[in-house]
Design a protein. Structure first.
Length: 37
């Protein structure tokens, strides 16, 4: 089946905005942003 870029982006955003226990309940997006600043 074909997956659109829109669908991939939706899943990517969902996963990157999910808090992770291994990251101290921060989201991957938050951790990455802190590394950049």
């Amino acid at each position: 089946s074909k997956v659109s870029l829109k669908n991939i982006k939706q899943v990517q955003d969902m996963l990157n905005d999910r808090p992770r226990k291994t990251l101290g309940f921060l989201t991957p997006h938050e951790v990455f942003s802190k590394l950049l600043h």
